[in-house]
Design a protein around this ligand. Structure first.
Ligand code: MLT
Length: 411
């Protein structure tokens, strides 16, 4: 008899964004004349930068000629892209990354999901709460958590580190020893950031406890303020204890193109049961070579285009456009009387829902009364209850209109 991986049965019904999409679809079917504005999932809306398109065209031409055609590429990615990443993302910030410490992939979602398989099942994971659901769900699938507790909306064997208005969105260090720590800054979903001084504490904690920090910096390109780390490796000693995930999805509008990268420093170690040190870089390389055949040549050429002068200028224009949307949302919500967070160094705005609503009730109200879609905070974890997320990735027109509708909606 074929048996299933019963850990999957511990998962909640469906992935957050699929639940939302279904609800919106049902509403639209029942109300075909309503114009719904979607500020729910963090998906970009501006087209690719021109320079990226030009490089895609060029690479396509190469693929059409026998002399320049490319078959399988290196599983870890082409050097032409990795060299640019080293120079433009790290060297410029005084960080030394070696070429074999970079792994190009088809998305930070997959990498943050897959990385956990390098680590033992009995590791304790720690997640900030609220959190990007992928970190938790993939550990549930792997059997690293216990059962779901409906009353507390938490899983056994997971350390939740609340980040909310009460603690200024600065999660406290775990009060027990944990092994795998997921941090995402600028944060999805709250849009808040940690100062370098705060990140330093985490790196020290990881060093003292022989833990690993899985640092998701997919939103670093949206940072506008000083003293906010773009990379965890800006913190001294971080290369000993941190893996960093980066993505072109939001930075360069690649959500539909798919390209990202992960940095696994060679000095990063984890241990066998006997205490023997093992290189994580070697294990990840082994894993990628077995399970992944690399990102397409055309896509990697497209990503390389981001690092040209024109490419940089064009993607910055798009980022500025989204951050202007963020400003419009922050101001609009404030004028409508909401308490708001984030939105200054990230394309996400986190608001407090009116007192008499849960975040799902507020979702329904916003959909029905304003025809605006957002994401209920509780979908990201129990500490997200009472909050709601809007994204700045919509068109300018839709963003302005959404704010108008929210202002006109009775609270
Ligand atoms: C989100 O809305 O949180 C993002 O779309 C998540 C992702 O990038 O997968």
């Amino acid at each position: 008899m074929i048996k299933i991986n019963e850990n999957y049965l511990k998962l909640q019904d469906s992935y957050l964004f699929s639940t939302i999409a279904k609800k919106v679809e049902t509403y639209q079917k029942e109300n075909p004349n309503k114009k719904i504005i979607k500020l729910g999932i963090g998906d970009v809306t501006l087209p690719l930068a021109k320079k990226i398109g030009e490089e895609i065209d060029k690479a396509t031409q190469e693929m059409l000629k026998r002399e320049t055609f490319k078959g399988y590429g290196p599983e870890q990615g082409y050097d032409f892209l990795k060299e640019k990443i080293i120079e433009m993302e790290y060297k410029k910030r005084g960080i030394e990354i070696q070429i074999d410490e970079i792994f190009i992939s088809d998305g930070a979602k997959c990498d943050t999901a897959n990385i956990q398989e390098l680590f033992s099942d009995d590791n304790i994971i720690a997640i900030t709460d609220p959190v990007y659901p992928v970190y938790l769900d993939t550990n549930i699938m792997a059997g690293r958590t216990g059962n779901y507790n409906k009353t507390t909306d938490t899983y056994e064997n997971v350390v939740y580190m609340p980040a909310n208005a009460e603690n200024n969105f600065i999660p406290e260090l775990p009060n027990k020893k944990v092994d795998m720590i997921y941090l995402c800054f600028p944060n999805n979903p709250t849009g808040t950031v940690l100062k370098k001084q705060e990140l330093k504490k985490w790196v020290e904690y990881a060093k003292n406890n022989k833990s690993i920090i899985l640092f998701d910096s997919a939103y670093e390109a949206f940072i506008t303020e000083e003293d906010i780390a773009h990379s965890i490796y800006e913190i001294e000693g971080a290369k000993d204890v941190c893996i960093e995930f980066r993505s072109f999805s939001k930075t360069a509008g690649f959500t539909g193109v798919r390209c990202a990268y992960t940095i696994v420093p060679k000095q990063l170690k984890a241990y066998t049961k006997q205490g023997e040190e093992i290189s994580i870089n070697k294990l990840w390389n082994r894993r990628q070579c077995t399970k992944f055949n690399g990102v397409s040549y055309i896509t990697q050429r497209a990503a390389q285009a981001i690092y040209t002068e024109e490419g940089q200028k064009q993607i910055k224009e798009n980022i500025n456009y989204y951050m202007e949307n963020a400003k419009i949302i922050l101001e609009g919500l404030k004028q409508a009387g909401y308490e708001v967070f984030g939105g200054k160094n990230a394309p996400y705005i986190w608001l407090k829902v009116p007192k008499n609503y849960t975040s799902w009730e507020f979702f329904d109200k916003l959909l029905e009364k304003a025809n605006v879609v957002g994401t209920p905070g509780v979908g990201f974890g129990p500490s997200g209850e009472g909050y709601f997320r809007l994204t700045a990735f919509g068109s300018r027109q839709n963003t302005v209109e959404a704010m108008q509708r929210i202002k006109n909606m009775e609270k």
